[in-house]
Structure formats: C-alpha cells, structure tokens
Design a protein around this ligand. Sequence first.
Ligand SMILES: NC(=O)c1ccc[n+]([C@@H]2O[C@H](COP(=O)([O-])OP(=O)(O)OC[C@H]3O[C@@H](n4cnc5c(N)ncnc54)[C@H](O)[C@@H]3O)[C@@H](O)[C@H]2O)c1
Length: 329
Amino acid sequence: MKLVVTGGAGFIGSNLVHYWIERHPEDSVTVVDALTYAGRRESLSDLFGNPRFSFLQRSIVDAPAMEAALAGADLVVHLAAESHNDRAIERPIPFVETNVLGTAVLLEACRKRDVARFHHVSTDEVYGSLELGEPGRFTESTPYRPRGPYSASKAGSDHLVRAWFETYGLAVTLSNCGNNFGPFQFPEKLIPLAITRLLTGGKVPLYGDGRNVRDWIYVLDHCAAIDLIARRGRIGSTYLISAENELANVEVVHRILRHMGRGEDSIEQVPDRKGHDRRYALDPSRLKDELGWRPEVDFDAGLTSTIDWYVRRTDWWAPLVKRAPGAGE
Ligand SMILES: NC(=O)c1ccc[n+]([C@@H]2O[C@H](COP(=O)([O-])OP(=O)(O)OC[C@H]3O[C@@H](n4cnc5c(N)ncnc54)[C@H](O)[C@@H]3O)[C@@H](O)[C@H]2O)c1
C-alpha cells in the first residue's frame, strides 16, 4: 500500500511514520510537510535513503502539488496543521489557512486522484470545555462547541471532511484525540516545555491555578489507534481516542518534578491563557468495542521514557527552546 502522511515531520506525524514503517513492511510512506517552525526534518533523519520512504516539502494549500503528490496513493493520513493554542491566540489567520483551506485542498486532491481512503486526525478541543467535577465525557455525538481559533479551525476541518463524505462519497474516517506526549514534541507544549526548562536550569511556567484538566495519551498509543481506524474503521465514522488519563496540569508538573528530583520552588505561576478551556475528557468506547484498541503505555511509564528521551536528545531540542511562546499544553 502507498500511504501519504501530511504533517509527517511534526510531533505525532514523525512518530506515526516510524511506527508505520516498522509495523507494515509491505507499505511505502510519503511525507508531505511544509516544514514550518514545528516541522523537523531531523525527526525523520534515519529514514532518508530508505527506499520505502520519500519526502515532499510542500504546503497542503498548494493544490497542484497536492494533486501530484496523491497520484497513486491508497491512503492519506492527514495530520498537517497549525497546532499550538498560544500561537493561534497571537496570530489566528495561519490556522484558518492551513487547517481549514489546506484540508479542503487535500480533500479535493483525494477526490480527483480517486484515493481509496482518507483519515483525518483531529482533537478533543472541537467539543469545547467541560467543568471540573461535571459528570460525563465527550462522545462521538457531543455537539461541536469550539471556543478558540485553533479548535474552531480544527472543527471547520472536521466538518469539511464529513461534507466530502456526504457529498462526494469520499471514503473518510475521523479521529479526535486528547493531549499527546512523547519524543519529538516541540518544546512549547506543557510536558516537553517543563522538561527542557528544568534541564536548562529554569522554572516550569504554569497557567493560572493549574487545575485545567487534560486527557493525556502516550503518542505511540495514538499512532496505534490511527493505524487501526485508517485501515479498518467504518467509512464515514468518527472515533474518539483516549487512554483515560485525566490529569490537572499541576499534577502533570508535579509528576515531572518528582521524576527529575526537583521541588515546588521550580514552578513559576503565569497569567492564565485567554479563554482557557477548563477540562477535556473523552469516552473511547466505540474504538475499543469496534476495533479492539487498548492503550499500552501507562502515564508514568510514558513520562519516564519521554524524560529519558529529552535528556538524551539535547541535539534535537536545544536549537528550538528560544522560539516557544506561552506556557504550553
Ligand atoms: N499534539 C496533540 O496533543 C494533538 C492532540 C489531538 C490532535 N492533534 C492533531 O494532530 C495533528 C498533528 O499534531 P502535532 O502535535 O504533531 O502538531 P505539530 O505542530 O508538531 O506538527 C504539525 C506538522 O504540520 C506541518 N504543517 C503545518 N502547516 C502545514 C502546511 N500548510 N502544509 C504542510 N505541512 C504543514 C508542520 O511543518 C509540522 O510538521 C494536528 O492535526 C493536530 O491538530 C494533536
């Protein structure tokens, strides 16, 4: 099978490409990535020269390039996006361009090239915010209520994917996942930001009261879910992906401090993010019942291996730490 991964030089994309090359020796993988600040060729460096891997540096808004790139593709897994909330608050328009327009361009290219399947990778943030202590979690039928430019642009892209299914019969699947962590994550997001600040003698910035709750998943568990859904998910369906690790930001930071032998005094409170969503929580029952997916990496084990990776790979992150605004997540 010929797989095209958009955004394959980003955090989840580069983990997915490595996962796929290892698990599916019969497949070839082409990465399409514009290499924005978040895309790192270095995250794929071991694959250049592999005959089953190719790389195309192009923006997904470039329609002729996308039509050419998708010729002969059997499956497209779409991850390319502007992905960081703090950047969206400062400069929202690139989020609309890449996440909304870029997705529409790709869908059109899939239609013109008769691509057999298209899998769209989205976020729990499209469902809005739950209150702390409120019972219930997001399900596939929860109404969309995005509250910020990032989540609204991802919601727009989800609607477009469903529109291409309903209108043109394009064979799509969608997944919405919570907060990922693991190797190759840009050090602007909470976990790598905290680890790299501590490794460089700084403090960990924590938004507001630190009680905002996120639903955490180790990135390779997300990749395994994408693999299943993209190949075997019901066409036209959405699957929520969650390892059911609901943790407050302050709890995540405390666990990192413990793992790294540091105390409370390494936390620095910073003013809260504008419109900061309080809590996300997802019910993954459909994915478990229909496709038999189970997460394999427990939160603390994933955190230990992530910290070990950042300790080993200063060559990967040290050039990036000056470029990150905000306090992550
Ligand atoms: N990180 C998370 O916790 C999380 C959770 C749920 C869903 N998601 C979704 O997963 C996807 C990947 O997230 P990530 O954390 O790996 O993001 P990331 O920011 O690390 O990577 C995004 C990649 O997309 C590329 N890109 C950006 N604009 C592009 C364009 N116009 N054309 C081509 N490539 C472009 C970047 O160069 C980068 O390689 C996104 O769609 C995001 O919304 C992420």
